[in-house]
Design a protein around this ligand. Structure first.
Ligand code: AHR
Length: 320
């Protein structure tokens, strides 16, 4: 594993030195051909992100080349390659997983097409913003995990038997939301993570994984889900098992979807840490800055809010 990462790292540094020493520039134009290579469309978050890019295409004068990888990193690589072949001016990419998309990012750079990573990142030990791709537009996933843990520690008085539902294996939000949360929980001896398993960011898988883990750990009193869809699946599994979500089991999650805010209002979920999917306007603004010759910071950070019973009703109408 370490050897493979090192080899990939060497290949990538060599490829980036051999291709363009500098990042490819973006010419100033009235209209751009813009690639957006979506990962999948099976949850409200992804649908909201795609809608944001499609709406921005109109306001920012883009001819949008949109693809949907349908949950396959291999298809997403092929989608990026096809955008390169079509000669798009720039590619916005949410890499489904941290490693498999790296070679496609480098191929785009080698063909003179700037890439901006959006919402998810690649393995930062082998590819760097400002060298291999222009920048990463997105949230701080480690901080999201920390905030979820801190809310939990405060609201469960430092005690809890936790099941963790992880996102897509190998994706940056799953890796970082786990790290942020687990490191914070490890500081509290009264809190234990009983089991941690991937539900692939999907409602149905979140429900099935919870059903299985409930059999092995009937004493669970907290579920931390890496996104709201899995949290809603977990609520369904708990109710089917005769437990009362929000009372017998505290639910802590990330995203800020409409269903999650409704679950908070209904008393079934404790907190969701926002992770905004509305990247279109930020993508337009950042590529305009880049075309104007500005040096772009390696991480264009998105700040997130925390939704609890104190503000869920106020924000539900703007949720997706
Ligand atoms: O990359 C962001 C994550 O991807 C969202 O939290 C999740 O819902 C989506 O699928």
């Amino acid at each position: 594993m370490i050897k493979n990462t090192l080899l990939l790292g060497c290949a990538i540094s060599l490829a980036s030195t051999m291709a363009f020493a500098e990042l490819p520039p973006l010419a100033k134009k009235d209209r751009y051909k813009v690639g957006f290579a979506q990962t999948e469309s099976n949850n409200p978050w992804r649908i909201a992100e795609t809608r944001s890019f499609k709406e921005t295409a109109k306001s920012c004068n883009w001819d949008l080349v949109y693809t949907d990888a349908a949950g396959s990193a291999a298809k997403q690589v092929a989608d990026v390659d096809s955008m390169i072949a079509q000669g798009v001016d720039i590619i916005f990419l949410p890499p489904r997983e941290e490693k498999p998309l790296l070679p496609a990012v480098l191929r785009a750079k080698a063909q003179g097409i700037p890439v901006m990573l959006v919402d998810r990142s690649v393995d930062s030990s082998v590819a760097k913003a400002g060298r291999d791709y222009v920048t990463f537009l997105g949230s701080n996933f480690i901080q999201q995990g920390q905030l979820a843990a801190q809310w939990l520690i405060k609201n469960a008085n430092g005690k809890g038997k936790i099941i963790e539902l992880e996102g897509t294996t190998g994706s940056s939000p799953a890796n970082d939301r786990r790290k942020g949360f687990d490191d914070e929980i490890a500081k509290h001896s009264g809190m234990t993570i009983l089991a941690s398993q991937s539900g692939d960011f999907s409602r149905d898988k979140g429900r099935k994984v919870t059903e299985t883990l409930l059999q092995a750990h009937p004493d669970v009193d907290v579920i931390y889900a890496h996104n709201d869809e899995m949290a809603i699946g977990a609520i369904q599994a708990l109710e089917a098992a005769g437990k009362v979500p929000g009372k017998d089991v505290l639910i802590v999650s990330v995203d800020g979807t409409r269903d999650a805010l409704q679950a908070i209002i209904d008393g079934k979920m404790g907190v969701t840490i926002e992770s905004s999917p509305f990247f279109g306007p930020l993508a337009c603004e950042t590529m305009t800055r880049y075309a104007n010759g500005e040096k772009i910071e390696p991480w264009v950070r998105v700040t997130d809010r925390i939704f609890t019973i104190s503000n869920a009703a106020k924000h539900i109408d703007e949720a997706y």
